[in-house]
Design a protein around this ligand. Structure first.
Ligand code: S3P
Length: 166
């Protein structure tokens, strides 16, 4: 990954609804760094929503599309990147993130995430409470394994999280 050296991006990972996009966007404004969202990149490159990618092509295809989206960030300057909740399931994406910068895990509670799930249709697992909980339990060790830094966001206001992250 020689081409990626010199990048110092920050990748925010965590469960759906943890607040990755909001935090990355706000820190971007604060520190004058560009902000990108892998879901939006995937959508632009695929020409359809992540929801449609997931439904029509399946999870492995979404993982491959996420890795392709990350590859496009090589060579760009100091980005704040909010990542799709499942990105840590992709080995290639994990390698790319570590080669290009720092991985920060927004560690929030399942209940808080649940409150933020406005579109349960984005993944079949989110359709039931048990499905969503199972996915949360499955994902936590993956986020922890990939994290260079864990940001505990439980019982914190958005301002507190921002100032800790900053
Ligand atoms: C997913 C989370 C979504 C999106 C896709 C799959 C997941 O991203 O990438 O629907 O598997 O957890 P957000 O966490 O940004 O909502």
């Amino acid at each position: 990954y020689v081409v990626h050296q010199g990048c110092d991006h920050i990748f925010f990972v965590g469960f759906h609804g943890a607040g990755k996009s909001t935090l990355a966007r706000n820190l971007g404004c604060l520190f004058h760094r560009d902000y990108v969202d892998t879901d939006r990149l995937v959508e632009r490159m695929a020409g359809k929503s992540v929801c449609a990618v997931f439904a029509e092509e399946g999870a492995p295809a979404l993982r491959a599309r996420e890795a392709a989206a990350l590859r496009c960030l090589a060579g760009r300057k100091s980005l704040l990147v909010s990542c799709g909740g499942g990105i840590v399931e992709g080995g290639e994406s994990c390698r790319l993130m570590h080669a290009m910068g720092t991985v920060v895990y927004l560690d929030g509670s399942f209940e808080d995430s649940l409150r933020q799930i406005q579109h349960p249709e984005i993944r079949p697992d989110f359709a039931t409470l048990e499905g969503a909980r199972r996915l949360y339990r499955l994902r936590r060790p993956l986020y922890e394994r990939e994290a260079d830094l864990v940001l505990n966001i439980r019982n914190k206001t958005f301002e507190q999280v921002c100032s800790e992250a900053g």
